[in-house]
Every structure is written in structure tokens, then in C-alpha cells.
Design a protein. Sequence first.
Length: 79
Amino acid sequence: MLIDIRENYEYRIGHIPNAINISRELLELSPEKYLNKDDVYTLYCDRGIISFELSNKLNKLGFNTKSLKGGYLEYLKLK
């Protein structure tokens, strides 16, 4: 599952197809409400830095997450 961790207004302006929007704040406050430890998630933000940091935090809690290198801006370059 692909998760856009940016704010909702940023997601509405543009996002990667099939990505869902769950803000960084929500995932930091209560990841168990949004994620299942048996599933794999790819997170992204604008540049990939915040999603990389959040992915590391979530992995330490037992979740299986990855970060999209370069984030949404890298996706736009490749599009």
C-alpha cells in the first residue's frame, strides 16, 4: 500500500495514483489505528526525508514500512 504522509491539501493538489493520504501526525500518534504489522507499506512525502524518518520510527515499532526515495517530487520528474 502506498501512503502519502503529506497534509491533506497537498494530497488534493496532486499525488501518486492509488496512494491514500494519512498524515505524518496521525501515523506518529496512533500507527496501530492505520497500519497492520502483517502488511508492507511505502510512505512518501515531498522529498523523501520526512517519510524516511517516519519509516524508521514505524519499523522500530514492528511495522513493515519503506520510504519512496526522493518522494513526490522525484515521482513528478519521472512522470
